[in-house]
Ligand binder design. Structure first.
Ligand code: CA
Length: 249
């Protein structure tokens, strides 16, 4: 058996005979479609150090997937022992967004176009699931990935209140896709996002596209972890076939 068949069998064994075929892929944006995490961490670090809050640049990789307000609360609790007010959160997130833009345009993730084409050719609906409200990057989607995400198949900061690791963004993605958790896969690059996907009940794929070790994604509940986006794009047809074959059994 291939590695893909093994993990699909393991996942399906836990779904108690629920329907299982891949109708939709719920796809994270930062660190999956764009190699943008180094830009985000630099922007957060600049904003926090300007406020005089002690932090490291790398710690912001661990907060990936949280809402901006949740990240700001972590900083505020550390420095001032309280959460930020809504006004403070709004102002500071806007400042972070500005610094993010000043880091330059993030590159498209190498291999992501090929991965999306495999999904489209297999007739699998693509749903964007991001907690981001960063318009400088959301507005690029149609240019960089034309015809991939229908306008009504995009979960962003506008649609969610909790953010990852709460399953809400992925549950919203399932709602937009019109299918159940055992008919969709989640594609993620960060532990909190993987945890959100796992909690939603979907088969959850982790891809290490940055400095986060694969072990952290396995710990968060990833059903399978790939070492890079090109590797995932190579293996995706096998994964789709593994689901199809199991469904036929
Ligand atoms: Ca991400």
């Amino acid at each position: 058996m291939t590695k893909e068949e093994v993990v699909v069998d393991k996942y399906l064994a836990g779904t108690a005979g629920m329907a299982h075929c891949i109708k939709a892929a719920l796809i994270d944006m930062d660190g999956v479609l764009y190699d943008s995490m180094k830009n985000h961490t630099a922007a957060w670090f600049r904003m926090a150090t300007e406020l005089g809050i002690e932090c490291t640049r790398d710690e912001f990789y661990a907060y990936e997937g949280m809402t901006g307000a949740a990240t700001i609360d972590i900083l505020f609790k550390r420095a001032y022992g309280r959460n930020a007010s809504p006004e403070e959160a709004k102002e500071l997130y806007a400042r972070k967004a500005r610094y993010f833009m000043e880091t330059g345009e993030p590159q498209m993730m190498p291999g992501a176009t090929r991965m999306l084409e495999v999904l489209r050719n297999a007739g699998i609906e693509r749903v964007l699931v991001t907690g981001s409200g960063q318009h400088s990057i959301l507005d690029r989607l149609d240019r960089d990935y034309p015809g991939i995400f229908a306008p009504d198949k995009r979960v962003t900061a506008m649609n969610v209140t909790h953010g990852k690791p709460d399953p809400e963004p992925y549950l919203k993605g399932l709602e937009f896709a019109g299918c159940g958790p055992h008919e969709a896969v989640v594609i993620e690059n960060a532990p909190l996002g993987v945890l959100a996907g796992h909690r939603s009940g979907c088969f959850t794929i982790g891809i290490t596209t940055g400095p986060i070790p694969r072990h952290d994604m396995e710990k968060s509940g990833a059903d399978i972890v790939y070492g890079s986006m090109p590797e995932f794009a190579d293996k995706l047809p096998e994964l789709i076939t593994a689901f199809k074959n199991r469904q036929a059994k």
